[in-house]
Ligand binder design. Structure first.
Ligand code: SAM
Length: 276
């Protein structure tokens, strides 16, 4: 039996996940915190939460705690208008240059998002008959989702996540029907070759990239888990790694906050950098 979760355990977990990963779980998330502590206690055989928190503060179990407390919901070609914007607006122009094109996918979860970006890039290269080198740096704080992402193997329920028909998906994924609704989707080597996965905390003071390194940054459905002041800081940092005229894609319920004067807004949370 896992130990009973008390309110002080919930408060302590709230404080520590904020301190370690910047994730803000207000009081209306208490039941989520309780469930995650229960699950973690079964996985790690925790007998007593105060002892567990003491160990956590000393640095033990930190990664297990992070992995248990992040929300990793994602899908292939989620918020499809961002991929359409890449195909129609960004890539036809950008792929005319010989300079390598670099994309950052911040908070890439189990990898469906960066593989969707990778397939979109290769599809656009084919249409534009471009030789431009393309690459994607995908980062996440959760090591177990990164492990899944590196395999590139998925089972997709096409009722919940319909796959796009505007590209020949088979050029980029091995797709096998498993039953009426599910397909197995495995990223091919051509996608894996242009993708790199790395563990990184968006709350770190700086990121391991060069200034204005990226042509495109995806930062979707992660800022919502931070306090507004922390969202502001993360956006400022990400922005410093985006090239002039580069594109930033945010999730549907996220906001550009203090960067508003420095971007052109194209709608659907698509932003183009027009000032430093
Ligand atoms: C809901 S998923 C979003 C996945 C994807 N971007 C999408 O829109 O489908 C949020 C991801 O953010 C990651 N994350 C949470 N806090 C983070 C942090 N401090 N640094 C980096 N990644 C973080 C989680 O591990 C999780 O995989």
């Amino acid at each position: 039996m896992p130990p009973l979760v008390k309110q002080e355990d919930i408060n302590q977990a709230r404080e520590l996940i904020y301190k370690i990963a910047g994730l803000y779980m207000p009081q209306n998330k208490d039941s989520v915190i309780g469930n995650r502590l229960n699950k973690l206690s079964r996985e790690l055989d925790i007998q007593n939460y105060p002892d567990f928190f003491t160990a956590l503060k000393r640095g033990q179990f930190k990664q297990d705690f992070i992995n248990a407390f992040t929300t990793n919901k994602t899908d292939f070609f989620r918020e499809g208008f961002h991929f359409k914007d890449m195909i129609e607006r960004v890539l036809p122009e950008r792929l005319q240059y010989s300079e390598p094109l670099k994309v950052l996918c911040a908070a890439s979860s189990t990898g469906e998002e960066p593989y969707s970006i990778a397939a979109t890039l290769l599809f656009a290269k084919e249409i534009c008959q471009s030789n431009t080198q393309v690459s994607i740096q995908a980062i996440d704080i959760n090591t177990s989702v990164l492990e899944v992402a590196r395999t590139g193997n998925y089972v997709v329920d096409t009722r919940l996540n319909p796959l796009p028909t505007w590209m020949e998906l088979e050029d980029y994924f091995d797709i096998t029907r498993l039953n009426e609704h599910e397909v197995s989707v495995c990223a091919k080597q051509n996608l894996k070759k242009i993708l790199n996965f790395k563990q990184y905390n968006l709350c770190s003071p700086t990121y391991p990239f060069g200034t204005r390194d990226f042509d495109i940054i995806f930062c979707r459905n992660v800022l919502i888990y931070f306090k507004v002041e922390d969202q502001e800081q993360i956006l400022q940092k990400l922005f410093s790694y985006l090239k002039f005229r580069g594109t930033l894609y945010l999730g549907h319920s996220e906001s550009i906050l203090g960067l508003a004067p420095k971007v052109d807004r194209l709608g659907q949370n698509i932003f183009v950098k027009v000032a430093e």
